[in-house]
Design a protein around this ligand. Structure first.
Ligand SMILES: Nc1ncnc2c1ncn2[C@@H]1O[C@H](COP(=O)(O)OP(=O)(O)OP(=O)(O)O)[C@@H](O)[C@H]1O
Length: 224
């Protein structure tokens, strides 16, 4: 199996999975997933509640290990967590921020973790949070947290950016802003995977759609 993937892996791929199974506790979430995503591609990940979208994103971010099978992310073996985590940013559904740090401190910290530089005040301005720069995250609304998490993803611009339900808790302006910033990431060559329950919105920035169902990934045509 390992030989098979190394023989077909190319630098043109952002990620490749071969025969990936994942068990969590007693539940088998992924049942032999094969997947190829090209660099720069935008993919919408669909599936019912509990289908395993978040679990698949966590596996791609090297936060979970396959029970069986193998994968490569930006040409690194999925088992090489340190290398993979450097290439990937996962924006979790709950935004994954530090509640006792301020907005600006959360962004500074994320940059430091990736040994990256960036303009934090400008990033806060982009998501209309400049007035809240010094406010602790625990005092933000759900929508404001979402916008801060989006600013962080945009600032980091990791080569593979995984976004879990980016449109939840957002008003119309927030959704439009999300589409705009995710579109900018794609324009910069970032590979984007968006797990969402709003296919029409998500496919505007991530046109290829996949559906996770019964532990398998299948392609979804346009108009379905
Ligand atoms: N840490 C865990 N231990 C055991 N089972 C888990 C764990 N995390 C998730 N699961 C189970 O894995 C399955 C997939 O969950 P997941 O959160 O990946 O689904 P999802 O497609 O993202 O759902 P939603 O659309 O509701 O966000 C669910 O049955 C869930 O109960």
């Amino acid at each position: 199996m390992a030989d098979l993937l190394s023989a077909t892996a190319t630098p043109a791929h952002a990620l490749q999975l071969r025969g990936v199974w994942l068990r969590l506790g007693r539940e088998v979430i992924l049942r032999g997933v094969d997947l190829d995503v090209s660099r720069g591609e935008g993919v919408t990940l669909l599936g019912e509640n509990g289908a395993g979208k978040t679990t698949l994103l966590r596996l791609l971010a090297s936060a979970l290990r396959p029970t069986r099978g193998e994968g490569r992310v930006m040409d690194f073996d999925l088992r090489d967590s340190r290398a993979v985590r450097d290439q990937v940013h996962l924006m979790p559904v709950d935004a994954g921020l530090y509640p006792d740090l301020s907005c600006a401190e959360n962004l500074d910290f994320a940059l430091r973790m990736h040994r990256a530089a960036g303009d934090v005040p400008a990033a806060l301005r982009r998501v209309n949070l400049e007035a809240a720069a010094a406010r602790r995250v625990r005092f933000l609304s759900a929508g404001m947290r979402k916008r801060l998490a989006l600013a962080r993803a945009h600032l980091l611009a990791r080569p593979l950016t995984l976004v879990d339900e980016p449109f939840a808790n957002l008003d119309d302006a927030g959704r439009a802003l999300t589409l705009h910033l995710l579109g900018e990431l794609r324009a910069r060559g970032v590979t984007l995977i968006v797990a969402a329950h709003e296919p029409d919105l998500a496919r505007q920035v991530a046109p290829r759609a996949l559906r996770l169902s019964a532990g398998k990934v299948e392609e979804v045509g346009h108009g379905s």
